[in-house]
Design a protein. Structure first.
Length: 440
């Protein structure tokens, strides 16, 4: 389809350096809104449900969210990397990604449902809960993938409004479901909201893809092959499964090994600590975009982002340790008696370590180095699943927090070794600060 110069200018104005800071600001605003409204959602949940009830629901929700995020990231990261430059190949790649998404979400949803109703005693053998897990994973992954697609289409500015509506919808639905249906209200509030948002935006996105209006022409001379797209999907799926998916599934593991009450305390505390993760992740997205376009300045930018994220996570974590235990105690006296302060303090310390790793991993992504982050993530997954049962069985929610802290310490130590090795000149006379050697 032929375009006028005005149409081409409008398409290009949605991408490139002029939009980098604006899109990063939109994503950061969306993350901040999600964090604040997420705290409100969990405050309502803590007030309405006893710990033994909340623990079961948070365990099931952890399965839905962790698997959904992994499925969505696998296809979503490929979308954000390739769709802007795909040109006439865009509809074909979009539909291929949708097929991957539906297949992956269905298979992993069924596997997750079987695992949930077999490992979690409180819902053992429940077909209704199994169905909830399958539908929940499909809905949550579709919502998360939709956010990535909007970014890939130059509509990052839509994210704050979309996510605020979704968060407010969850908060409004939770008490209604708790008073009426009285069955897994926490999960249903999330799933139903996701279904509505996806149903509204899906046809809008499909139309943008098919028409190509206000989207750039191809930036890749030979087009984007399905093989390249498939490789992106596989790499990003593995990476997200071993990073975001691993952290998000920990409330389920704590509930399995320590019981619903400890699982509830851990889930509430982790939701507060992850608010810092979400905002740091938005800064890392900005780093990846800028470092990819100006690789000679990547190391300096990474150091600047590292200082900001660590400072933000440290101050935010300190405030959480001071304020959050008292708030949880007011919502339910039982949490004060369960030593919430220690759990939140350990999780906050782990968040600072995770933010350090996120910046380093973002720099590696910008430099197309996916192998080392994948290896480190795999090693951490093995370590976490090895120590989690022992620590949770003996120390409950605090044990789960310590497991994440120990894994974070291992990651930071590995990063330190990598920085020392790659920044050291291999030969006498080799430049100390070449762009390829400069890492953080």
């Amino acid at each position: 389809m032929l375009r006028t110069k005005a149409q081409q200018h409008e398409a290009l104005s949605r991408f490139g350096p002029a939009r980098l800071y604006r899109d990063a600001g939109s994503m950061a605003s969306s993350a901040l809104a999600n964090a604040l409204l997420g705290m409100a959602f969990w405050a309502v949940a803590a007030k309405m449900f006893a710990p033994e009830q909340l623990g079961v629901m948070t365990a099931v929700l952890a399965v839905i969210v962790s698997v959904g995020v992994v499925v969505a990231a696998g296809v979503g990261d490929a979308y954000t990397a390739l769709l802007p430059a795909a040109g006439p190949d865009r509809p074909r790649l979009y539909r291929r990604g949708q097929r991957y998404f539906l297949g992956l979400a269905s298979v992993t949803g069924l596997c997750a449902a079987v695992a949930t109703v077999n490992w979690l005693d409180e819902v053992r053998g429940s077909l209704a809960v199994a169905a909830l897990v399958v539908v929940g994973i499909l809905a949550w992954s579709a919502l998360t993938l939709q956010n990535s697609t909007l970014v890939a289409l130059g509509r990052a500015r839509w994210l704050p409004a979309v996510n605020i509506v979704a968060s407010l919808g969850k908060i409004a639905l939770l008490p209604l479901l708790a008073l009426s249906l009285q069955w897994h209200s926490l999960e249903l509030a999330n799933v139903l909201t996701a279904v509505v948002i996806v149903a509204v935006l899906r046809p809008v996105i499909a139309k943008m893809i098919d028409t190509g209006d206000e989207l750039p022409e191809s930036a890749i001379r030979d087009g984007i092959t399905t093989r390249k797209f498939d490789r992106f999907v596989v790499q990003t799926t593995l990476s997200s499964a071993l990073s975001m998916g691993l952290v998000n599934v920990t409330p389920f593991l704590v509930t399995v090994f320590a019981g619903p009450e400890e699982g509830a305390l851990f889930a509430l505390s982790l939701s507060l600590a992850q608010a810092l993760d979400f905002i740091a992740a938005a800064l890392v997205v900005s780093l990846v975009v800028h470092a990819s376009s100006t690789p000679d300045q990547a190391g300096a930018m990474a150091r600047a982002i590292l200082v900001r994220t660590v400072l933000f996570a440290s101050v935010g974590g300190l405030l959480l340790v001071i304020v959050a235990p008292a708030v949880l105690g007011m919502l339910n006296q039982h949490y004060r008696e369960m030593n919430a302060t220690s759990v939140i303090a350990v999780l906050a310390a782990g968040t600072v370590l995770r933010c350090t790793y996120m910046v380093w991993a973002g720099l590696q992504r910008a430099r197309r180095n996916m192998t080392l982050p994948l290896l480190l993530n795999f090693a951490c997954a093995v370590a976490l699943f090895s120590i989690m049962p022992v620590l949770c069985s003996s120390r409950g929610a605090l044990g789960g927090s310590l497991a994440l802290l120990y894994v974070g310490l291992g990651l930071v130590a590995a990063i330190g070794v990598h920085v020392l090795v790659t920044s050291h000149p291999r030969k006498r006379g080799e430049p100390q600060h070449s762009p390829q050697a400069e890492v953080t």
